[in-house]
Structures are given as structure tokens and as C-alpha cells.
Design a binder for this molecule. Structure first.
Ligand SMILES: [Zn+2]
Length: 172
């Protein structure tokens, strides 16, 4: 299990590096990420959130939102190849504790990725699973929840965001 990297830490702004081979070190990373996500009660986690640079994310949404996809969903080198429609819903992030904002996302997506056996896969998702894939895909590109906030949402959360950044400087 690892510690979650919080907003304000530069590691979250780095673009992830594609995984070239799914080896033992990648599989260990995946186990660590799953353990960390479950310990923190998250529905998704990207490698950058535990200070790693591999393009890996893990997702586990409740079965009624899983679109028939077996959970947990481990995505290596995920790429969103189709987006359709629109949904607005509340979103949180383990790197932004206690901050929840409404974010506009595509309703349906189709994404390609590599599974833990190194096989190419495609996933089609809507609703919460689609939102989770888009959120984690953002992380791997250095894009964060705060980047989706409207000016009004930023003002409303300014105190919490400032405290988070201060905490990172103190090393909390
Ligand atoms: Zn996040």
C-alpha cells in the first residue's frame, strides 16, 4: 500500500510514460494500486497518485455501474478512442480530499488498453464507469479535477485547495 499524492505535488502534473512490457514490476505496481485504492475507498486510481510514472490506472465501480465489465478494471496504456454524448455529475478525487464538484464528461466512451497479461483490450462504458475512465485517463495526461472546475467552483473551493497546497509544502 502506498500514500496518496495530493494536489500541489508536481508529480501529478507529469505526463505518464507508456508501459512497453507488462513485467513483474508492473504487476507489483498494479497490486499496490489496487490495495491503495481499496484502503482509501476510491473508485479509481492512477499511478501518478502514488508517485509513479507508468501509464497505469485501476478502476472499481459498483456492479450496477460496471456496464458488464469485470471489476476491478486494470488499464495499462489506456487511450480513449471514441466519446459521445454528455453527462454532468459529482466527481471527487483521492488527491483532492473533501472536494466534490459537478463535472461535465462524455456520456459514452470507447477505450483501448492493455490488460495485466499484456493483451490488447477494448472497453465500452457509459455513466459512472465512463466518467471514471475519463478521470483516470486525465491523470495520466497530468490533467486534474481542478482543471475541470468553473471559476465559480474554484472560488467556492479556494480555501480547501489552498490548505491542500500548504499541506504538500509542509509534507503532510
Ligand atoms: Zn483523481
Amino acid at each position: 500500500m502506498s500514500t496518496i499524492v495530493k494536489y500541489g505535488c508536481e508529480a501529478l502534473r507529469v505526463k505518464a510514460k507508456p508501459v512497453t512490457a507488462v513485467d513483474a514490476s508492473v504487476r507489483r505496481l498494479v497490486s499496490d494500486m489496487l490495495a491503495t485504492m481499496y484502503a482509501e475507498n476510491g473508485v479509481g486510481l492512477a499511478a501518478e497518485q502514488i508517485g509513479r510514472t507508468e501509464a497505469v490506472c485501476v478502476i472499481d465501480v459498483p456492479i450496477e455501474h460496471a456496464c458488464g465489465v469485470k471489476m476491478p478494471l486494470v488499464m495499462i496504456n489506456p487511450d480513449i478512442i471514441e466519446m459521445e454524448g454528455q453527462q454532468t455529475g459529482q466527481e471527487g478525487c483521492l488527491s483532492f480530499p473533501e472536494i466534490y464538484v459537478n463535472v461535465k464528461r462524455a456520456e459514452r466512451i470507447r477505450a483501448t488498453y492493455m490488460d495485466v497479461d499484456g493483451n490488447p483490450q477494448t472497453v465500452e462504458a457509459k455513466g459512472l464507469l465512463s466518467r471514471a475512465v475519463q478521470h483516470e485517463h486525465d491523470h495520466l495526461n497530468g490533467v486534474l479535477l481542478v482543471d475541470h472546475m468553473s471559476p465559480v467552483q474554484k472560488v467556492a473551493n479556494a480555501g480547501k485547495l489552498k490548505r491542500l497546497k500548504r499541506g504538500v509544502q509542509r509534507g503532510d
